[in-house]
Design a protein around this ligand. Structure first.
Ligand code: URP
Ligand code: ZN
Ligand code: ZN
Ligand code: ZN
Length: 469
């Protein structure tokens, strides 16, 4: 037969269109679109169902080495199984350089962690934490050329943060070599100063994490990141934008014609600072992430930014730590001051269903905008488009068939290795009925059926959101 698989009468969505079509698949790729395609070796009836490109989760942390005793709950096996069950077909986690280590060593280590484990395709961002002359002149340019075309830099966290001069240095490499820099924007000194004051006053419960990282510290660093990128004349992408004041800075940059891209995440739409605790309960540790979820009024600001184009990408920032575990939110088995609680919340599997249900079916964003934010733009931003992130002839047959039904989020039904979800009990209106990766079913609506190790490493091309160099 001409096709290995034909998906019949899909209501297919791209970032620009929604159209009824059959999807003809051969050799893992989409080879024909249109009505009345010839018989395939296999057939899937999608009549009445929406079909979107598989999600590209461009910000997630899997098996990233941590300072002891912390250890991430998800490796490439559990993390990618969880992603597939939630409709994501490409993940881009981080190969993090440790201070004193070479970037190359981080990449080699990360390939060893991922090789033979993933059920869906993956690429890597780099994290540059030690921009030595060797890294700047040789290693980073070489790695960009080999398909690691994006890297994250931190303005906070002692083990990762760069000072402004170092950030200028790495931005200059991004400019020369056509890479995209992702910035974590929070003012480290302000956070340290506030944390000490809170500790001196005995305010160490999880909820005070949000007090130590108010929106002001994000706003200031966001503005500084914009200024640094303007000084070097290079585009940047600001990750995990949490609320109004940071959004205002990005709007200001855009109004001045600056190429500043931005990402936000489900936690800023669905959680608030109150989820870190309204009293000193340790359960608030489950929702400790940075930047923290904000006051309720910020959720609408984030929705507005998704709808009106302020945000370019919507990622999970999946940073998986168990709650009730010595390697998780209770270091060494104890309830500890918030400073010592590993930062991050799980969200790989729930990212797409949350946005599809509350955004698309809730009437807040169009289906095309959903596709743009969750698949097309992340693929473009990180040099994977048009292979990933769209429904087009020649693209990988990475697809999600949606089933619209009432679906209650239960951690017991998720596939990550974390012992909780912040969205427990939330009633959604849809969940993927089927996830296809390169034409193979990896999630059948009940089980992850993708084989461990079938996922391939994807070297990234030049980010196509950037001007050609
Ligand atoms: O709290 C978070 N977001 N942890 C993950 C690391 C990061 O900064 O993205
Ligand atoms: Zn970050
Ligand atoms: Zn992150
Ligand atoms: Zn369901």
């Amino acid at each position: 037969a001409t096709f290995d698989l034909v998906i019949r009468q899909a209501r297919a969505a791209t970032a620009s269109d929604v159209f009824e079509t059959d999807i003809g698949i051969r050799g893992g790729r989409i080879v024909q679109l249109g009505q009345g395609l010839a018989q395939g070796q296999a057939e899937i009836d999608a009549r009445g169902r929406t079909v979107t490109p598989g999600g590209v989760d461009a910000h997630c942390h899997l098996d990233q080495p941590m300072e002891a005793p912390a250890r991430m709950a998800d490796d490439f096996r559990t993390g990618t199984r969880s992603a597939a069950a939630g409709g994501t077909t490409t993940v881009i986690p981080f190969a993090a350089q440790a201070k004193g280590e070479s970037l190359r060593a981080a990449v080699v280590d990360y390939h060893a962690r991922s090789e033979g484990r993933a059920v869906i395709d993956y690429a890597f961002h780099l994290i540059v934490s030690d921009p030595t002359p060797e890294v700047l002149a040789t290693e980073l340019p070489a790695l960009i050329g080999e398909g690691y075309t994006s890297f994250k830099v931190y303005m906070t966290y002692d083990d990762l943060k760069l000072d402004d001069g170092q950030i200028l240095d790495v931005l200059d490499v991004a400019r020369t070599h056509g890479a995209l820099a992702m910035l974590h924007a929070e003012n480290a000194d302000c956070i340290e100063w506030l944390t000490r004051r809170l500790e001196a006053a005995g305010r160490t419960a999880p909820r005070f994490h949000a007090h130590a990282r108010p929106m002001l510290v994000e706003r200031e660093a966001t503005h500084r990141a914009i200024a640094l990128s303007q000084l070097v004349d290079v585009p940047i992408l600001i990750v995990h934008v949490s609320g109004k004041e940071a959004v205002e800075q990005i709007r200001w940059a855009r109004a001045h014609g600056l190429p500043v891209f931005a990402e936000t995440c489900p936690q800023y739409l669905f959680l608030t600072a109150e989820d870190l605790g309204i009293d000193d309960s340790y359960h608030g540790a489950k929702c400790i992430c940075s930047p923290p979820p904000r006051g309720k009024e910020n959720q609408q600001v984030i929705w507005d930014g998704l709808a009106d184009g302020l945000f370019t990408v919507f990622s999970s920032d999946h940073a998986p730590f168990k709650f009730d575990a010595p390697e998780g939110k209770k270091p060494g088995g104890a309830e500890v001051p918030f400073r010592h609680i590993p930062n991050g919340i799980p969200g790989l599997e729930t990212r797409l269903p949350l946005l599809y249900s509350e955004g698309v079916l809730g009437g807040r964003i169009t289906l095309q905008k959903f596709v743009e934010l969750t698949a097309t733009n992340p693929a473009k931003a990180y040099g994977l488009h048009p292979r990933k992130g769209t429904i087009a002839i020649g693209s990988d047959a990475d697809l999600v068939i949606w089933d619209e039904h009432e679906h209650v989020v239960r951690n017991a039904a998720l596939h990550h290795a974390v012992d909780y979800t912040p969205y427990e009990g939330m009633v959604l209106q849809a969940w993927p009925a089927l996830t296809l990766s390169r034409g193979e079913v990896v999630w059948d609506g009940r089980q992850v059926v993708g084989r461990e190790g079938r996922g391939r490493f994807l070297p990234c091309g030049q980010p196509t959101l950037l001007p050609k160099r």
